[in-house]
Design a protein around this ligand. Sequence first.
Ligand code: DGT
Ligand code: MG
Length: 240
Amino acid sequence: HITKGSVVFDNVSFAYPESEEDVVKDINFQVAPGEKLAVIGSTGAGKTSLFQLIPRLYDPTKGKVSVDGSPLSDYSLDELRGSIGYVPQSPLLFTGSVTDNIAWGKDQATTEEIMQAAKDAQIHDTIMQLDDQYETRVGQKGVNLSGGQKQRISIARALIRKPKILMLDDSTSALDLATESRLLDAIDTYQCTMLIITQKITTAMRADRILLMDEGKLLAIGTHTELLASSALYRKIVES
Ligand code: DGT
Ligand code: MG
């Protein structure tokens, strides 16, 4: 069982099945239980590809990823995906109510749990303004929601499972600073390891450490202060 939420990458490389070229190159790092790690790097750096290896959307072509000290292959996919809240970069809602979309995969979710997850994801107030509130139909055949609203419903879907590892792939990109800050404050109350891809240095600085990727490689990992001292690329990103 995943009870702690530690993550270890051990010499991990990855190429997409239809491609020869590694987009993740020989990556090593460890995340401690409860730690918050931000991942930054320019577009195409391999951030999403790196993330997808943890819930096993893909497997590495070389090296090993471990969670709680065991290789990912020791866990069933259900167990892995039940303990890892993975919010993809372009989240999908299915046709159904807001409630269905948040409770998805957690059949016995109570109204209270659904609302609490929505409040923590900073989407409750928006839901209450919809015509049928939590019973409003969303997805392809439902009301149109903005990208940021879909992201927050998708975050609520992850939070309701009380994941041991929460992974946000640029999920706060569409939020204003105040809303994002409230969201991250709410996530702080969950006892989980958090991995967050972000373009914003202010968001990255809220994490315990920052991992900087470039062209598939891990260029640097450390605190904001450490990276300022050690990485020219990091200084360039901060100054831009
Ligand atoms: P972003 O989201 O624009 O900030 O970029 P990253 O850092 O998330 O980059 P990522 O991991 O999506 O892409 C890394 C490289 O992998 C890039 O050259 C595009 C390529 N790539 C991404 N998804 C796929 C895929 O599904 N198939 C193939 N063959 N290549 C992909
Ligand atoms: Mg990406």
